[in-house]
Ligand binder design. Structure first.
Ligand code: GLN
Length: 338
């Protein structure tokens, strides 16, 4: 006679979806990786525990697969940059934004104090210089209104009201001399407005927004879904600007590792020094990863490994010929798709 407990366990096991099982497998495989160091140049970031590790994948249909510390909040840091770039594009249009910020990868560190010598523009919106210039473009009738608009942008992507961690914000702000130097260099060249002091505050605020790996997956899924949040069904960015954001993420999103990332993983993505990565599989899903230990370039060590393996296993590279989603078919049922 079959044991009812065994039966129940068997049923529970088979109810674990293949995608969740895959993420669990990757989590178990990479959690013992101990390479990398937690960022400490913003003092508050040094409080993160190296063992924190969360994975999340959200499809364009709004289905979520979450594993490990997927609900643990951490500061979004540079992962905020492409989303603010998208808002600047919506506010001003492509040409006006391009006049202030380029779209060239730099090959330099994210906080390099460099501008394009000919145009005086920051190279791209995903290094600090470009992100500060982008924050400067956010519209609003006054400072409070600009902050509100920026927060509303994030709310549309995550589906919930953003929380700014005050300790991280103060830590960013009191140690942000390098970012101030970059801002003043741009002011010297007339690339930012005279409201730059406010714009720096906006930038420090956007970096201090708390998110989870799950949030990053929903944000990625929104870009994957042509700009509509697949959970709330709310549009977060005009459809025509989604490809602009994704192309810059593909070429510039992973700091000075961006070229090798495009080569090995081939997905638009953005990392942050809090240990977050948001990757996008256009038409399919968003991937959110949280693991604080970083490599020397500032990318999450475990995050890179997980993305590399997911891309390889499921043929997710943007230039994978004949991507049909076949390898994903038994992982989750996709009602829409690229
Ligand atoms: N707030 C951080 C800074 O301005 C963001 C950097 C990052 O995540 N790469 O240095």
């Amino acid at each position: 006679m079959p044991d009812p407990i065994d039966d129940l366990l068997g049923n529970l096991k088979s109810s674990v979806s293949p995608m969740r099982a895959t993420l669990q497998e990757l989590h178990a495989k990479y959690k013992s990786v101990s390479d990398g160091t937690v960022a400490d140049y913003i003092p508050e970031l040094a409080l993160a525990k190296p063992e924190w590790f969360g994975l999340s994948l959200v499809t364009v249909d709004g289905d979520a697969y979450d594993v490990g510390d997927h609900a643990l909040p951490f500061s979004i840091q540079s992962v905020s940059k492409p989303f603010v770039f998208g808002q600047a594009l919506d506010d001003h249009g492509r040409d006006a934004v391009l006049a202030k910020v380029g779209v060239e990868p730099t090959g330099e560190a994210f906080n390099a104090i460099v501008l394009d010598e000919e145009s005086n523009r920051p190279f791209n919106p995903l290094v600090n210089a470009g992100a500060i210039a982008t924050a400067d473009l956010i519209h609003g009738k006054d400072f409070a209104d600009r902050i509100k608009r920026l927060m509303t942008t994030f709310e549309r992507y995550t589906g919930r009201s953003p929380h700014i961690d005050n300790a991280i914000f103060m830590s960013e702000r009191t140690t942000g001399h390098r970012n101030r130097a970059i801002a003043h260099l741009m002011l010297n060249f007339g690339m930012v407005s005279d409201q730059i002091a406010d714009s720096l505050e906006l930038y420090f605020q956007q970096c201090s927004i708390m998110v989870t790996a799950h949030d990053l997956a929903v944000m990625g899924a929104t870009l994957a879904n042509a700009g509509v949040n697949p959970v709330t069904k709310e549009r977060a960015i005009k459809q025509q600007h989604v490809k602009d954001v994704l192309s810059v993420m593909l070429t510039c999103g992973m700091y000075d590792y961006a070229g090798e990332w495009a080569y090995r993983v081939g997905l638009p993505a953005k990392s942050g020094v809090g240990g977050g990565i948001c990757a996008v599989v256009p038409g399919v899903c968003g991937i959110g990863i949280f693991s604080p230990p970083l490599d020397p370039r500032g990318n999450s060590v475990r995050g890179l490994k997980v993305c590399e393996e997911l891309s390889e296993r499921f043929g997710l590279h943007a230039f994978e010929l004949g991507f049909t989603g076949e390898k994903l078919a038994d992982q989750f049922r996709l009602r829409k798709g690229r």
